[in-house]
Structures are given as C-alpha cells and as structure tokens.
Ligand binder design. Sequence first.
Ligand SMILES: Cc1cc2nc3c(=O)[nH]c(=O)nc-3n(C[C@H](O)[C@H](O)[C@H](O)COP(=O)(O)O)c2cc1C
Ligand SMILES: O=C(O)C(=O)c1ccccc1
Length: 342
Amino acid sequence: MLTELAARARARLDPAHWDFFAGGAGDERTLRANEEAFQRLRLLPRVLRATGPRDLRTTLFGTELSAPLLVAPTAFHRLAHPDGELATARGAAAAGTVLVVSMAATTPVEDIAAAGGPLWFQLYPQPDLEFTAAVVRRAERAGCRALVVTVDSPVFGRRERDRRNGFTDLPAGLVCEHLRDGTGRVRDIVMDADLGWERIDWLRGVTGLPIVLKGLLHPADALLAVEHGVSAVLVSNHGGRQLDGAVATVDALPAVVKAVGGQVPVLLDGGIRCGADILAALALGAGAVLVGRPVLWGLAAAGADGVRQVLDLLREDLDRALALAGARRPADLTGDLVAARC
Ligand SMILES: Cc1cc2nc3c(=O)[nH]c(=O)nc-3n(C[C@H](O)[C@H](O)[C@H](O)COP(=O)(O)O)c2cc1C
Ligand SMILES: O=C(O)C(=O)c1ccccc1
C-alpha cells in the first residue's frame, strides 16, 4: 500500500523534488539501513492472552493521540502539494495525531494551526539568539505544545542527488516562512556548528514548552539530555540525510532506552513503514514513533486525504499487529516479543 502511494507520488513530482524528498546523504547507506534493520527483526508473538478490546491511544505531554505515531518534521511541503503544510496538518488532525511543524516549512505556523490539530514545532537553533527566541515565542503563540530541537545538523549532510540535480533553492514564490524576520526579509537557514549543551540550557529558560531533543543515537548523549532537563529524546539519524554510515535507528534504540532508564519518553524515527515496524520499536522501548517520507508520499499523491490515508493505514496495521502478537495496548509490548535478527 505504501509502496503504491510512493509510486503515485513519484509520478506526480518533479524528479528533482522526488530526489530531494526520497534521498539521503552520501552513498545512502544509513537511509537503506533504517528500513533494512526493521526488516531483519523477527517477532515472537504471544497467544491466547490479549482478549478484550484493543486501545492504541497514547498520551504525550498531556495530548492524547489516536496511536503512538506522529508526523516527523519535514521541509518544504508546498513542493509536494500546493496546499503544503496546511494539507499535512488537516490529514494529521483527521487521523488524530500530532504534526511536528518544520522550521523549514513553506507555510506559516499560524496558518497551519488553523487546521485545528495538535502541533509541535521543530527548531533549528540559529546563531542569532534573539531571532531564535522570537521563533520559539511565535510557535508558542500559535499553540504548539512542544519544541523539538534538532541537534544532528551542525552542517548540512552532503546530498548527492541534490548536487546532481542542481537543487539548491526553493522555486520562486516559496520561502521558509519561519525564517522571516521583523522586516519581512527572509533569512537563510543556518546549520549551527556552535550549537552546544549550553544552548539547550538557554532554550529551557526561553520556553516553558517541553523540549524534545531530536537526532541522537549514542546512549551517553541520551543520558546528558536527561541531565540537561529535556522532556523526551528522539532517536533519529535524520532519515539517513546527515551522517551517512550512522547506525540504523532501531539498532541504536535499546542502548538509549537502557541509558534513559524510564526517566523520560524515548521516541524514534527512521524507516517506519508498517505496523510491525512500529510494534518492534515499541517493544524495544520506544514510547512512540514518527514517520517522515510515507507522509510526504501521501501528501504528494493526494493532499490532506493522502496524509490521512497513510496515517490511518499505519495505525490500522499496528492494531492488527498488536492483535497478532498477543497485545491489547502499546504498554503490553515487551522486549521478549522481538526474537531475533537475521
Ligand atoms: C524531505 C525531508 C525533509 C526533512 N526536513 C527536516 C527538517 O526540516 N527538520 C528536521 O528536524 N528533520 C527533517 N527531516 C528528518 C525527519 O524529521 C525524520 O527524521 C526522517 O524523515 C525520518 O525518517 P523516515 O523518512 O524514514 O520516516 C527531513 C526528512 C526528509 C525526508
Ligand atoms: O533537514 C533536512 O533534511 C532538510 O532537508 C532541510 C532542507 C532545507 C532546510 C532545512 C532542512
């Protein structure tokens, strides 16, 4: 189903834009590894115990989601569909889940909020602290319920497909709306190599929103994140778009879960393509997962409706996988249900 939607998206998109969305860094080893790591997992289901109704609902920072599944922040939705992030937000709201709005969105967060669904905001902290604080306040005022701070991007990953296609800029008429400053000028987005832990401490002083640290893989960093007072960590390699050669996220998950020791939720993204992938991530200790590209394929293929279809499909597939594995709720899933790697 998702592969069919991806094919429809590919047929509709400008090939350079398809490459931008689909591609990864370097030789795309990590991009492939994320999906392959899930495909190597084998499950060990339980039987005759999960009687009664199933319930996928999951609460994060006081927001109830229809399933432990959120929409990952991705840039430039108006390249995928004319309705852009507005369509994504409508689809996510219809599916009962959170959209994480990208700092590189092509629609202002205030307009996205008008779709009515719950939003979180993803921040690339900029070296200009005053500007960064203003963006955070803007997200707060628009009603975003958490701040997702991306920390895996001190520099842009090297994206060979974009180089080959000469894809460097948005077409005329589209801009990163959250990079506008007071004068209406649109700044260039900066990947800040001077971003350090002290900036996380600073951000905690700037906002009362829960902070989710996005893009860590090493258990030592997860522990530091907890020590610096973050509200959740998001195990991510940016969908294979930053350090090519980085470990697949589901392979990094168990050590992070162990290091965090239940102090804050551990979220994961990268390579989630079906219900069994979600089930495996939850069984290995994730509190919820995020999906990036599948949502973009839904958006490109059929706008808000396509986004909703993708999210509904994944939720229904998780529901079926839960039943087949002998679980009623995400909380029933335990590590022993993941049997082996092959
Ligand atoms: C086209 C594209 C754009 C992305 N833009 C952002 C972004 O603006 N900010 C960010 O933190 N992550 C960004 N990401 C990374 C995603 O949030 C997420 O980590 C990744 O897509 C998950 O992998 P998946 O696509 O296999 O689900 C982007 C990913 C893609 C594919
Ligand atoms: O984060 C990304 O992967 C990404 O593609 C991007 C592109 C432009 C601006 C910011 C992020």
